[in-house]
Write a protein that binds this ligand. Structure first.
Ligand code: AMP
Ligand code: ZN
Length: 294
């Protein structure tokens, strides 16, 4: 249990913070990271999910199909390369590596056609593009995700972080049942280990919410529920996308566009919640190997 002395999880000796909004973990925190992810994977296995290892980039033309760039311009991070034109490379090679502000002078950059993965599950709608499914598909992956934020804080809010997702693509009923059962299983888990998490209705962080029909829709019909640690930090979410991805990527199930839903876990935020609630010492943490989200 949490000690009387107020602790700051971000002060843990096994956490290494980078000024650019990223962290590294070692020792006990790396062990915790692995155990948490193994817990999520076991939960995915309960659904018979197929596990994927996905790449870092998502093609921009694919994300454009769901209007990602108009909805979340503030979050996007692009991979940039120099224009391969030899003159450009020569000029670049001859110039100072960094300008006075510490930024890299790029001269001409090559056209940007990719995005650094903003959420793990996008890969699946792209991979299943054009498919007609003869049953529900359960899928899981862990991706390093990238989101520009107005400020960063170790574990709680990072530019790059780890997201484990369990995804269901199927009929409306299949997806609804997957999300409902997942929430019930998670609630049981939170109760058993004694982590104070409750479910809160939420919306995605749209750039210009009032002018975005998807935001208005999310307000009217809560499709996003967050696992709110101490009511203040979302350590995960369940999301019902209806047939948005089925339509955008022509995925069909049972004679119409497929529905989809995902359960997303922010691994660094789970580490934060464990440290904050159970304390800095690994001997005080719940034994995750003996636990399951089932
Ligand atoms: P979302 O797709 O926004 O529901 O994100 C899924 C989960 O990823 C959230 O519930 C958080 O746990 C985690 N997450 C989102 N953004 C960040 C961030 N900038 N830093 C760390 N974790 C994040
Ligand atoms: Zn997702």
């Amino acid at each position: 249990m949490r000690s009387e002395v107020s602790i700051d999880p971000t002060e843990h000796a096994d956490l290494h913070w980078y000024a650019n909004g990223q962290s590294a973990v070692s020792g006990s925190l790396l062990e915790l990271y692995r155990r948490l992810d193994a817990l999520f994977v076991r939960s995915a296995c309960e659904w018979g999910a197929r596990e994927y290892s996905v790449p870092t980039f998502v093609p921009a033309r694919e994300l454009a199909k769901i209007d990602y760039f108009h909805s979340f311009p503030q979050l996007v991070t692009f991979p940039v390369a120099l224009d391969a034109n030899p003159d450009n490379l020569r000029r670049y090679g001859a110039a100072a590596a960094l300008d006075e502000s510490g930024a890299v002078p790029l001269f001409e950059s090559a056209p940007i056609r990719d995005v650094l993965t903003p959420a793990a599950c996008y890969h699946f709608y792209i991979l299943f593009q054009g498919a007609t499914l003869d049953g529900p598909r359960f899928l899981t992956t862990r991706a390093t995700c990238y989101r520009r934020e107005s400020h960063y804080r170790p574990l709680e809010r990072q530019w790059s972080f780890s997201m484990r997702e369990i995804v269901c693509i199927g009929t409306e009923e299949e997806v609804a049942s997957f999300l409902k059962t997942s929430r019930e299983r998670l609630s049981g888990f939170f109760q058993r280990v004694g982590l104070p998490v409750d479910w809160q209705d939420a919306t995605d962080p749209f750039f210009d919410p009032s002018r975005n029909p998807r935001y208005v829709f999310q307000k009217v019909e809560p499709v996003k529920r967050e696992m709110a640690y101490q009511g203040r930090l979302a350590i995960g979410s369940t999301n019902c996308h209806k047939d948005t991805f089925g339509q955008a990527f022509a995925i069909r199930r049972d004679g119409r566009e497929a529905f989809s839903g995902c359960v997303a876990f922010g691994v660094e935020r789970w580490i934060y919640a464990f440290l904050d609630h159970f304390g800095m010492n690994e001997s005080d943490w719940p034994d995750l190997d003996a636990e399951g989200i089932e």
